[in-house]
Design a protein around this ligand. Sequence first.
Ligand code: C5P
Length: 219
Amino acid sequence: LMDGPLKGKHIVVTSGPTHEPIDPVRYIANRSSGAQGTAIARALAALGAQVTFVTGPASVAPPEGVKVVKVETAQQMLQAVQRGLPADAAIFAAAVADWRVENASDSKMKKTKGGTPDLSFAENPDILATVSGMTKGRPSLVVGFAAETDDVIAHATAKRQRKGCDWIVANDVSPETGIMGGAENSVTVIRTDGTEEWPRMSKDQVAARLANAIAEALA
Ligand code: C5P
């Protein structure tokens, strides 16, 4: 573990997409490279935090110096987060699938002439809202993300209240921003004590600045 302002702090970070199986070879997923969550975990570890990194099947490699817990589904991600607690802070950067296929098949579904599968869906647990609402053992700082395409601040402010988290890191993911899957991000941090618009910078710089803010909040 590195020395730094987060020495002695344990932080759980979720990252990447989740995959919700349809059958053994097919799944439903979200578009997420895991780049921002990975950068955040790395930045927290660089400030001395002990990091539990719960990741779905991401396209970037997990950082060094953190405890990596690999999961596939939202339900597994929730369980891994709960097992990872207690923590001083929890940062939910994962793009969790909102629904899972309730009637997933154990064997590969066959194409039948003219037929399409009858998939039925169940809502996945909201990991951020679940941890934010803990009455016992809630991390003292819970941070969520909000990917919005319009009215970013209004939607993210409402989301912070609805989810019960302390901060929301909001970003504009309209296709023309090129943020989804790109190397840069432009975020607005919504806290109980006001909002802060950060200039467009690399995802690594967003991660470093967020890690510093977290260190300040936990100090
Ligand atoms: O509701 P929405 O998906 O926009 O909220 C995004 C935030 O909630 C992110 O921090 C994401 O990691 C978290 N989330 C979660 N579990 C879900 C859905 C979203 O932790 N099932």
